[in-house]
Design a protein around this ligand. Structure first.
Ligand SMILES: Nc1nc2c(ncn2[C@@H]2O[C@H](COP(=O)(O)OP(=O)(O)OP(=O)(O)O)[C@@H](O)[C@H]2O)c(=O)[nH]1
Length: 793
């Protein structure tokens, strides 16, 4: 279930007005001494971080929090949450609060091939997690650290999101690098569900692309504050300000550059920080040393102009800056950074940074911006549902001295065994603890606790609130909540509907590994579904696209040694109704032995298309007179659900139907649950055929990009596939065509596009919605279905 709007709104940081001075004077807790920043190879970056964590412009990191010091500003979800949080934080230990203030849980997301993995590799290097940088598809054959699956390294794409723990000066990070390909969109959903902030990576040439829009929508769904990073500043045609323009118009974000590039393309030298008005250059091995200099004279004027632009954009959303702006006063560095932080967290402003991951340029300032502007776990509101108390919303505060609440957001079977990733939302978890699995009611012992570093791990004894860790050998599904014993459930994430399916048959007769693999894949990935076709007796797998399913077939072969044959990919059609129809059905069997009797009356009607695109269904019991005894009502509901499984037009799932049971009849002896279940299902079938049934198909948003000379070929290929062109845009000798095309017409498009553009065209597609098929197609599909059924008989 997606989070209802407004639930995960952020609360702003304390208005305790702790000055940079008060922070500096405050003694560091034991174990956090400044000698951490010794002269190791990462010292340049680390000292930059240190300047951040103790520097005078850091009033934004409160070290101590007192009751009543929290500001009441826009973004608070409820007064209740606010007062509760204040109470709780007054009781928390200063060490715990300091730890939380130094913690960032961030995701790195973007359109495919924007350079997320390349960027993350630098982040790991500068934070000292890895000793050497390896490129995605690099010549050294090692592959990037975060793309650890053999398949990922071969294909050069990220399939699973990998979590990594790293430190940057006094700050601790959990970073999740997420896949860009739409087929793995669930990985992005899961990451965003548990992260507090994100870096949205864009390419300096391609700008906002189709998947950038999807990721942005997902970030909005989970109210995740973000900073943008324009990568690939070294590429020919790099233009960060055009990209910012697209971010403002296409993503509707109030974005402004907080940096100015010094040069571009092969002349890209570094960036100017428009807040501090300093120039940064990378020197030394792999750009390890971040050198700060005065702004070169030739960039001074431009830097002033862009700084004013940044201030004007901030003034639109920040009262303090607006006041200074109107009075024509220049805000100080501290005032600007404070406003950027507050407005990034309440999502009214998006700071934009830039650099080149591949050339090791301007990555450290990005890390510093993550610490400086993205929220701590304390600045994010989270709620759980109290299952014992009519699902009442309960505030969850990430301090370690409260009872434990954690969410399993990802399962993975790695080389060390079954791993469960958990975000600790409240309380802490220690090795040896017993935690409670809310869905099953079972108690689970925490025998081994680790922090993940891509596919490697580090054993820890304890993790505090707000942290991300992994447990071994726990039987659960992704989205499950664990607590200390209370029946709480963290609201779970949005799971998109599968759009494509294919039959899968193991070549050998030994099917034990086949079933084991399918079970595991399903538990790991909620968008991967498996069912048995009762007629053909074939195993059908469904997912988000051909690549998604191909990867599982390949993993089955590599990891489980099961070779399979696959059927032709089929589109995940759905069936629905267009009008209301009544039913009045009597199920009667009284020929010898125990009889069966049940009668149901009522109607079915189309549901209004909701947020989930009409996939919802509803059973409503309006039987007043007791004509159907209440103990048979659940059986009627089951009968309706049985009917939904397989539609009567082409055997696909039925969606968007409300079933209203109004009346009926029971027999004192012959009525049973089974009789009512059958009656309800047959009644549904009768009404369905009278209710104007139609077939829906997945419509995809297709984005094609190719050199302009092939525009004609691209357009005609879309027209041939009965697509609707919604946008065409020509830029730098490239044309970009956006179209809506039914998935059924998209098979083998890559081959056609390749030959029509001499291999220079590329396309991405993404599920948009389910829409009715054309009447002629509906007729063909029904005929083919009927024919296949008669052949099987
Ligand atoms: N010119 C240039 N190329 C880059 C830069 N960063 C990454 N690349 C290249 O862009 C390609 C994609 O990089 P990845 O890091 O795999 O991108 P990704 O976003 O992680 O890709 P997916 O995980 O498949 O979505 C690789 O060939 C990189 O070498 C950069 O700053 N400049």
């Amino acid at each position: 279930m997606p989070l209802p709007l407004g639930i995960r709104t952020r609360f702003l940081r304390p208005s305790g007005r702790l000055t940079g001075k008060s922070l500096q004077n405050r003694p560091l807790p034991r174990g956090l001494s400044t000698t951490l920043y010794s002269t190791n190879v990462h010292s340049a970056g680390a000292s930059h971080a240190r300047a951040l964590s103790t520097g005078s412009n850091q009033s934004s990191f409160p070290g101590r929090m007192h009751r009543g010091t929290w500001a009441c500003r826009q973004g608070w979800a409820s007064a209740y949450y606010r007062s509760y949080a204040t109470d709780v934080m007054a009781e928390a230990s200063p060490e715990d609060l300091r730890r939380l203030n130094m913690l960032r849980n961030i995701g790195i997301s973007a359109h495919i091939d924007s350079g997320k993995t390349t960027l993350t590799e630098r982040v790991l290097f500068y934070t000292g997690r890895i000793k050497e940088i390896h490129e995605v598809r690099g010549r050294d054959n090692v592959g990037a650290k975060m793309d650890w699956m053999e398949l990922e390294r071969e294909k050069g794409i990220t399939i699973q999101s990998a979590a990594t723990y790293a430190t940057w000066g006094d700050f601790n990070f959990n970073i999740i690098d997420t896949p860009g390909h739409v087929d793995f969109t669930i990985e992005v959903e899961r990451a965003l569900r548990v992260l507090d902030g994100a870096v949205l990576v864009l390419c300096s040439v391609s700008g906002v692309q189709s998947q950038t829009i999807t990721v942005d929508r997902q970030m909005k769904r989970y109210s995740v504050p973000r900073i943008c990073f324009i990568n690939k500043m070294d590429r020919a045609g790099a233009n960060p300000f055009r990209v910012i323009d697209q971010v403002r118009h296409k993503l509707k974000l109030n974005a402004a550059a907080i940096q100015l590039p010094m040069g571009a393309e092969d002349k890209f030298e570094g960036v100017i920080d428009l807040v501090k008005m300093k120039a940064y250059y990378n020197e030394g091995y792999r750009g390890m040393d971040l050198i700060t200099k005065e702004i070169p004279a030739e960039y001074l004027e431009k830097a002033q102009e862009k700084r004013q632009e940044m201030i004007a954009t901030l003034a639109e959303v920040d009262e303090d800056i607006a006041e200074l702006f109107l009075n024509e006063q220049d805000p100080s560095e501290e005032q600007i950074s404070k406003a950027i932080r507050a407005r990034t967290i309440d999502r009214s402003f998006t700071p934009v940074l830039m650099g080149s991951a591949i050339k090791d340029k301007a990555i450290q300032p990005l890390l510093s911006a993550v610490c400086e502007y993205l929220p701590t776990p304390l600045e994010v509101e989270n709620f759980a549902l109290d299952l014992k108390n009519q699902e009442e919303k309960k505030a969850i505060i990430p301090v370690s001295n409260l009872p434990y609440v954690g969410l399993a957001f990802k399962l993975e079977e790695g080389k060390y065994g079954q791993l469960t990733y958990i975000r600790v939302y409240q309380g802490q978890m220690q090795k040896g603890d017993t935690i409670y699995h809310v869905r099953t009611g079972k108690k689970v012992k925490v025998s081994r606790l680790v922090r993940m570093h891509s596919n490697e791990m580090e054993d820890v004894d304890k993790v505090g609130a707000g942290e991300i860790c992994a447990l071994f050998g726990i039987d659960c599904a992704s989205g499950d909540t664990f607590t200390d014993g209370t029946k709480l459930s963290m609201t779970s994430m949005h799971v998109p509907e599968p759009v494509i399916s294919l039959s899968l048959t193991p070549k050998s007769k030994d099917t034990a590994n086949f079933s084991k693999a399918l079970n595991r894949f399903q538990r790991e990935d909620p968008t991967f579904r498996v069912h048995l076709d009762p007629e053909s007796k074939e195993t059908i797998i469904s997912g988000m696209g051909e690549l998604h399913l191909d990867i599982y077939v390949e993993r089955m072969r590599r990891e489980y040694k099961v070779e399979c044959t696959t059927g032709k990919p089929r589109v995940a059609f759905r069936e629905t109704i267009t009008q209301k129809a009544t039913f009045n059905y009597t199920h009667k069997k009284q020929s010898g032995g125990a009889g069966q009797f049940a009668r149901v009356m009522g109607y079915i009607e189309p549901m209004e298309a909701g947020e989930e695109d009409g996939v919802s269904t509803e059973f409503s019991n309006e039987v007043l007179s007791g004509s159907i005894p209440t103990n048979f009502i659940p059986a009627c509901q089951k009968g309706f659900e049985d009917g939904l499984e397989k539609g009567w037009l082409i055997g696909h799932r039925i969606n968007g139907v409300r079933y209203v049971l109004q009346d009926g009849m029971a027999h004192a002896v012959d009525s049973s649950e089974m009789a009512f279940r059958l009656a309800a299902s047959y009644g549904f079938r009768d009404a369905f055929m009278k209710a104007g049934p139609i077939i829906l198909e997945p419509v995809m948003k297709v984005e094609v990009s190719a050199p302009v000379e092939y525009q004609g070929n691209v357009l005609s290929s879309i027209n041939k596939r009965k697509g609707t062109i919604v946008d065409t845009d020509t830029r730098d000798d490239y044309c970009n065509v956006t179209a809506m095309v039914s998935l059924n017409n998209m098979f083998n498009y890559s081959t056609e596009l390749r030959s029509g553009t001499q291999g220079k065209g590329e396309f991405t597609m993404e599920y948009e919605r389910h829409a009715p098929v054309m009447m002629s197609t509906q007729k063909e599909l029904i005929e083919a279905y009927q024919k296949s059924r008669t052949q099987k008989k």
